[in-house]
Design a protein around this ligand. Structure first.
Ligand code: ADP
Ligand code: MG
Length: 326
């Protein structure tokens, strides 16, 4: 009698144990890049909700979508109050916070300079003249955009255009994490174009281990152990174009109006929200080695700098990053 009872319980326990370690995987294309989700969820990865979130963030914030809220805002004249989604206001507010903190090294109104240097949806075909560069740089100023939360709205205080490319992917990753949390997933790694958010244990147990690419080479320069939160990398070696044999980065220093030029090959940031990791990674890349490292230390940011040194490179973590490198 006892035996027949016990067997099914043991079987159930065994099945539960097996299920508990079961990571499903979903991949796809969105926001001009690829995404991959590995997750341990009671009913599998909710792929429809995942795709809905990605499509929505793209539809609201992409500058490649002429009817996105951002594209429509960019075409508006000064002074008009423009009703937008709460999501767009949240991202603009976060971008503004990082812009203020970084003294404009990160600036979501960098759009005209991005286009002028040949990047993004409205890329110019030839390099800008001095006059063009100066004229575009003058309109880049995050203080020219006013945002309201109730009701969610944006307004231009002077001619200005928004580009949320350096923060929107991180935001989308945070939204995906929320969907997985709501679906009861106990562990996940979400990755969209290099921006990441993690929770729980990796397959086989322990922290998720994230490889940081070595510049101009195969393989990883470093590995970061992430248990919970966001991670983003901004680099100058993936997206660039050539001008007279020189590589032009798609990351622009709004303070000079020119593509960045220095020895920082990439910056990886760990922050609870992938949105802030994304924005700070871009900001630190703009700041460069000295200013960026100082900013990371002064603000307790977990940042990993990969610096070019002759033919090789040097890996420099901030104090807060050292905890993740074990
Ligand atoms: P990626 O898109 O490759 O992940 P980033 O997160 O660094 O890289 O975003 C780079 C994009 O952000 C650029 O293509 C441009 O549209 C925009 N951008 C460039 N310079 C800045 C800047 N100083 N501040 C904010 N956004 C920027
Ligand atoms: Mg970024």
């Amino acid at each position: 009698m006892e035996k027949t009872h016990r067997a099914p319980i043991l079987m159930t326990l065994l099945a539960m144990l097996l299920l508990a370690g079961c990571h499903a995987r979903v991949t796809g294309l969105s926001m001009g890049t690829t995404y991959a989700i590995e997750a341990d969820c009671p009913d599998g990865i909710p792929k429809e909700r995942v795709e809905h979130v990605l499509a929505r963030v793209n539809r609201l914030m992409s500058t490649y979508e002429p009817e996105s809220e951002i594209s429509r805002f960019n075409r508006l004249p000064v002074g008009v109050s423009f009703a937008v989604s709460p999501e767009t206001v949240d991202v603009v507010a976060a971008a503004r916070r990082v812009a203020e903190q970084t003294g404009g090294a990160f600036d979501p109104t960098v759009a005209p300079l991005v286009a002028l240097w040949g990047f993004g949806a409205d890329a110019a075909e030839r390099p800008p003249t001095e006059v063009e560069r100066r004229a575009a740089a003058e309109t880049v100023d995050f203080r020219r955009v006013e945002h309201g939360h109730a009701p969610p709205s944006l307004r231009k205080l002077a001619p200005v255009m928004l580009d949320l490319s350096a923060i929107a992917k991180g935001y989308a990753v945070d939204r995906l994490a929320k969907v997985l949390d709501e679906s009861g997933c106990v562990a996940y790694l979400v990755e969209l174009g290099g921006e990441i958010r993690a929770k729980g244990s990796a397959r086989g147990g322990g922290a998720w281990r994230i490889g940081v690419d070595a510049p101009a080479a195969r393989g990883f320069a470093s590995t970061i152990a992430l248990r919970r939160g966001g991670l983003a990398t901004s680099g100058d070696y993936r997206q660039y174009r050539e001008l007279d044999g020189e590589r032009l980065s798609h990351v622009i220093d709004p303070r000079t109006g020119r593509p960045i030029r220095h020895d920082v090959a990439s910056v990886t940031v760990v922050a609870y929200q992938a949105m802030f990791a994304d924005a700070y990674a871009t900001a630190l890349l703009v700041m460069g080695e000295d200013e960026g490292r100082r900013f990371a230390e002064d603000n307790g940011l977990a940042a990993l700098f990969i610096l070019r040194r002759g033919e090789g490179f040097e890996i420099v973590p901030s104090a807060a990053m050292r905890d993740y490198l074990r």
